[in-house]
Design a protein around this ligand. Structure first.
Ligand SMILES: *[C@@H]1O[C@H](CO)[C@@H](O)[C@H](O)[C@H]1NC(C)=O
Length: 167
């Protein structure tokens, strides 16, 4: 009786150690997994470019997105959260970052995306700095693992200039 309890204990300890080692390995492998994310983002149309009553510039657009994040998926990836940010400089802030579109990719089979989207969120400036402004479109992704730490990365896809005048 005594010895079988002991054996069970040993077994449980061993299982815990193995599981711990497995988690470490998973996280370690993820860390060195090399991502090759490809993508293009083009502005098909500026739908609206105006100054709001409060003085802030607002832009809505249609975008053509082609994204391939299949390489980020490993057996340890639960899902990926992606967002496309408009990034630009103003005198007040070196980096202004505004999310235009976001998406959750549940698995590798859905990690290749080709879509035309209206910006889910408008590009709104804190002020009226956007006329003629250079805007960078940057893809960000957060990989949520089954075990281990979350991985974040980004890739600048393209840039464009906003019109000099409101529409
Ligand atoms: C969207 O992008 C894809 C891939 O670059 C291209 O084949 C397609 O013609 C584009 N569509 C539009 C409407 O620009």
């Amino acid at each position: 009786m005594h010895s079988s309890v002991q054996r069970l204990n040993t077994l449980i300890t061993l299982a815990a150690v193995l599981l711990g080692a497995l988690c470490c390995t998973a996280s370690f492998l993820d860390y060195f997994h090399i991502h090759s994310v490809h993508g293009t983002a083009e502005v098909i149309k500026i739908k609206k470019f105006r100054k709001q009553l409060n003085g802030n510039d607002e832009v809505t657009m249609t975008l053509n997105l082609s994204l391939d994040l299949r390489s980020t998926f490993t057996w340890n990836t639960k899902q990926a959260f992606v967002f496309l940010a408009a990034e630009y400089e103003t005198q007040k802030n070196l980096v202004n970052q505004i999310s235009l579109w976001d998406h959750i990719i549940p698995d590798k089979e859905h990690a290749k995306i080709q879509t035309q989207v209206s910006t889910k969120y408008p590009l709104t400036d804190q002020g009226s700095n956007l006329r003629g402004k250079k805007i960078e479109l940057v893809l960000h992704w957060h990989l949520m693992p089954n075990t281990g730490r979350m991985i974040q990365d980004k890739l600048a896809l393209s840039h464009f200039y906003l019109p000099e005048a409101y529409t």
